[in-house]
Design a protein. Structure first.
Length: 135
């Protein structure tokens, strides 16, 4: 199982028992035996599995207009990517990219051009090669 949390949810789980988000995530991973992903307020995420915890940075193109819904977008994109065959770390990178696209849109609605770009990006990450735009 995978636990996908927002940063605020991770701090709530800590109940004052940790001062480092990484330590909290590692503790939750150890206690539950689950992979834990924490979507960070500033974009990017922490990915913890077993004893390792890595930070997956947010894309540098982030242009925040509306933050509401970006955590749900991150979780949805992560799950879609894993279901499509991506390894969890790659899925985390894709989810960061997707959430940054959502954050840059008014009212978190991706224009069809952005949605198409995200579908192509996911396909490229899965296939390991460039995918041409459909004509």
């Amino acid at each position: 199982p995978v636990m996908h949390l927002t940063e605020a949810e991770a701090w709530t789980l800590a109940r004052g028992q940790g001062d480092s988000l990484i330590a909290i995530v590692q503790s939750v991973t150890k206690e539950t035996g689950n992979t834990v992903i924490v979507y960070l307020q500033n974009g990017g995420c922490l990915y913890a599995e077993g004893r390792s915890c890595i930070s997956i940075p947010a894309p540098k193109t982030m242009n925040d207009k509306d933050l509401s819904g970006s955590g749900a977008a991150h979780a949805s994109a992560f799950l879609a990517a894993v279901c499509a065959g991506m390894k969890p770390r790659s899925a985390g990178s894709f989810a960061d990219l997707y959430a940054s696209e959502v954050r840059s849109c008014e009212e978190n609605v991706l224009p069809s051009e952005s949605a198409g770009r995200m579908r192509r990006r996911m396909a490229e990450m899965i296939l390991g090669k460039e995918v041409a735009d459909p004509e």
